[in-house]
Ligand binder design. Structure first.
Ligand SMILES: Nc1ncnc2c1ncn2[C@@H]1O[C@H](COP(=O)(O)OP(=O)(O)OP(=O)(O)O)[C@@H](O)[C@H]1O
Length: 307
């Protein structure tokens, strides 16, 4: 069997006036938690809809569980659980009744999965409460329960933590990690809450204006997020002269507020601070720093030519 759960090739979706997806080649390995990052309108939902079979591609192909043939893709999609643009719930029904309807619609055998899944998402005590009276967070969790009812091998979640309170976010994160670790569930999770993906994802795909700009592993990201020494001295021009003349480096940037970001000697802060001080610079701030996912993302989508 292919080591990939999902692979797309040249996937393109054109609407009348918009190319929502442009030649996307994306791949997700079995067991990955794939963080799908993009601003509003970048094309995340469109991509997810095509994979879930809710819309047709204009060009390109989708391979799911090694299947590419449209007939076989229908079967392969039965192994996938999805939440797209918030769950479609019957407001006059309880959580249990909603799950029962979903179970019958999807042809999932055995009622026992309902109680088990409700407990998994922490909704086992909602009893007779109708879902119209649920908080947004409870609705999100019920949506997740629907996606999990058939114990899917691949879970696709479009912005699953929107509207959750901080505790809810932690619970969903722990649940997803548990599913991934204990059941080996592969997860595609789109979000614009980058700090949240940072705690979950093993891989990232960054999409902008319908184009997949980059795919990278969490390890790659860590390495790419440049580390630097953040230095503030009383006279930045003097600090710069010391770095150039005494330490022989030009690997720094001077920010508009005078902060110097030094990309060299990151592992030798003592050498840098003593050299600066010995040459008359008054050090006001001095600390090692690293960019995070958010900064990396902003730099990538803002940084020039994406053609
Ligand atoms: N049915 C449609 N008809 C026309 N244009 C569409 C349609 N659906 C999406 N688009 C356009 O395609 C582009 C990508 O939209 P998409 O919803 O996939 O982005 P997204 O990354 O999921 O953003 P969001 O987080 O806002 O949902 C947008 O410019 C959007 O306006």
């Amino acid at each position: 069997m292919s080591e990939y759960i999902l692979r797309t090739s040249g996937l393109t979706k054109k609407y009348k006036h918009t190319t929502a997806l442009n030649n996307v080649n994306l791949s997700i390995k079995k067991g990955a938690i794939y963080g799908f990052i993009g601003q509003n309108g970048a094309g995340k939902s469109t991509f997810i809809k095509l994979v879930a079979g809710l819309a047709f591609a204009s060009e390109g192909s989708i391979e799911l569980f090694g299947e590419i043939d449209p007939e076989k893709l229908i079967e392969a999609r039965k192994r996938v659980g999805t939440i797209i643009e918030g769950p479609a719930l019957f407001p006059h029904m309880t959580a249990k009744q909603n799950l029962e309807v979903h179970r019958v619609q999807r042809g999932i055998p055995g009622k026992e999965c309902i109680e088990k899944t409700l407990a998994l998402v922490g909704l086992q005590h909602t009893g007779k409460k109708k879902t119209r009276n649920f908080s947004l967070g409870m609705k999100q969790r019920l949506g997740l329960a629907m996606a999990l009812l058939s114990e899917p091998e691949f879970l696709i979640l479009d912005e699953p933590i929107n509207g959750l309170d901080p505790m809810g976010v932690v619970e969903i994160r722990e649940l997803l990690l548990k599913l991934n670790r204990e059941k080996g569930t592969t997860i595609l999770i789109s979000s614009h809450i980058l700090s949240e993906l940072n705690l979950l994802a093993t891989h990232y795909g960054i999409i902008h204006d319908g184009k997949l700009l980059e795919e990278l592993t969490a390890k790659d990201l860590q390495e790419k997020c440049q580390h630097y020494l953040h230095i503030k001295v009383d006279k930045p021009h003097q600090g710069v002269a010391v770095l150039e003349e005494e330490l022989g480096t030009k690997e720094f940037e001077v920010m508009p507020d005078g902060i110097i970001k030094l990309y060299k000697f990151v592992g030798e802060p003592g050498l840098v601070s003593t050299t600066l001080a010995a040459n008359g610079a008054v050090i006001e701030q001095f600390m090692p720093m690293g960019e995070d996912l958010e900064e990396y993302f902003t730099k990538l989508i803002g940084g020039g030519n994406h053609e």
